[in-house]
Design a protein around this ligand. Structure first.
Ligand SMILES: Cc1cc2nc3c(=O)[nH]c(=O)nc-3n(C[C@H](O)[C@H](O)[C@H](O)COP(=O)(O)OP(=O)(O)OC[C@H]3O[C@@H](n4cnc5c(N)ncnc54)[C@H](O)[C@@H]3O)c2cc1C
Length: 390
């Protein structure tokens, strides 16, 4: 069975095949061993970097592949559909978008080619804080201008890959909330060189989670950031972060679709092979239907995501599709995971089948980078025009 769009209709068929080939070098045992010790897939990230896949969205003039967003989505989908985990490095693809869209010519020249060459890692995105969570504009980390630098104080949480990144894109308040007209104003975006800041006001503490995600708490105690590392204009940072969110949501949705395809393929083939009561378990509709339903959910989510990608690439507003696609894809991957565990019975819980690992990994996407509730409130308010809830 072919889970994909027919090759002739898929402009990224070649990319998909290449990514699949690379991923085949990193089988289940590789991920299982890392999962057990919460290790970082350094070799896998290195291989993706060398092949140029993580620089997919960096324009050619800066040494990247200059692919459209659908190309990056195809890469991430294939990584997940191969049983690998792109969470170790997916942010490298899209965080740089903030520098690309809003950075100065000097910043672009200083960072983008080095990121494309794999010499600099921009994997960390410091937005979420323990007290403000989803209520981003209530964040408390401050950056105070002092001459040619900013002095940063505060804390971030869930800063994924902070230990495996050279740079962090940081959102901090530069004007107190009670001194701005709108709470979305007065926030600024900075490029933090963590190699320089570590031990000089920057502390990183990993958080052990139910899946291997390398997420961290990050503390700032009078950490200094050169003023030239401010991205764009002071006070406009929240807008810059919002600008990147549709791309991020579409890419995460593509990962969920990849996960769903992996679970469906695993469940489908096992349902055909496992014989009980004299026939394959897949002949029982109680086993077959949940897999079929998950497949239908996945294809529906995929269609919305494709629509969102096409709109994004045409420069049209795609907030509706990006949000719906992310929610539906995360729900489809979860439904597929459920069906896959049930189809495998007890074996679904055995580590060597990789199902329980993928099951833990894909659960995240109903919560991060944006929770389903917040997507529903976006649809309710911005698409359907119902009253604002927060
Ligand atoms: C493994 C992992 C990796 C992450 N990586 C990063 C990262 O790299 N960088 C980063 O900045 N962040 C990261 N995050 C943070 C992630 O984006 C947040 O966890 C997520 O946005 C939810 O915020 P919160 O955890 O503070 O929950 P809260 O905001 O406290 O929300 C708790 C619950 O309340 C619900 N809720 C809140 N407000 C409303 C409302 N108005 N209406 C209805 N329901 C509501 C939410 O939907 C959620 O279910 C990561 C999180 C995890 C778990």
């Amino acid at each position: 069975m072919d889970h994909h769009t027919p090759a002739e209709a898929d402009p990224h068929a070649e990319i998909r095949a290449e990514v699949r080939k690379l991923c085949a070098r990193f089988p289940g045992e590789y991920w299982r061993e890392l999962d057990a010790r919460r290790g970082y897939p350094t070799e896998f990230v290195q291989a993706l970097t060398e092949a140029g896949w993580l620089a997919a969205l960096i324009p050619e003039e800066f040494g990247g592949a200059g692919l459209p967003l659908s190309g990056a989505a195809a890469i991430l989908e294939e990584i997940q559909a191969s049983g690998c985990n792109g969470a170790a490095c997916h942010a490298q693809m899209y965080i740089m978008g903030t520098i690309l869209r809003h950075g100065s010519a000097g910043q672009k020249a200083a960072y983008l080619p080095a990121i494309a060459r794999g010499e600099l890692r921009l994997q960390a995105f410091g937005v979420t804080e323990p007290t403000s969570g989803t209520d981003t504009t209530a964040l408390r980390t401050t950056a105070r201008r002092e001459g040619d630098r900013y002095v940063v104080n505060g804390q971030k949480i869930w800063t994924s890959r902070a230990e495996h990144s050279d740079l962090m894109l940081l959102l901090a308040r530069t004007t107190p909330r009670d001194q701005v007209k709108k709470k979305t104003e007065g926030l600024s975006t900075f490029i933090v060189d963590m190699r320089q800041a570590l031990g000089k006001g920057l502390t990183i503490r990993p958080i052990r989670t139910m899946m291997n995600h390398n997420s961290c708490e990050v503390f700032f105690d009078n950490m200094e950031v050169p003023a030239e590392n401010l991205v764009g204009q002071e006070g406009r940072g929240f807008r810059y972060i919002l600008d990147g969110m549709n791309a991020e949501r579409l890419l995460i949705a593509a990962e969920c679709i990849g996960d769903a395809k992996w679970f469906i393929e695993k469940a489908r083939s096992y349902a055909k092979e496992r014989v009980l009561f004299g026939r394959p378990i897949g002949a029982n509709q109680g086993v077959q239907f949940p897999i079929a339903r998950a497949y239908a959910q996945m294809r529906a989510a995929e269609a919305i995501v494709q629509k969102g990608l096409a709109k994004f690439e045409r420069g049209e507003a795609c907030g509706e599709e990006a949000n719906m696609g992310k929610m539906l894809a995360a729900e489809a991957s979860w439904a597929a995971g459920e069906a896959c565990v049930n189809t495998h019975g007890g074996f679904g819980f055995a580590e060597e089948y990789d199902i329980e690992r993928k099951f833990r990994e894909t659960r995240l996407y109903q919560v991060a980078p944006i929770s389903t509730n917040l997507i529903l409130s976006y649809i309710g308010e911005h698409v359907l025009g119902m009253p604002r809830s927060y």
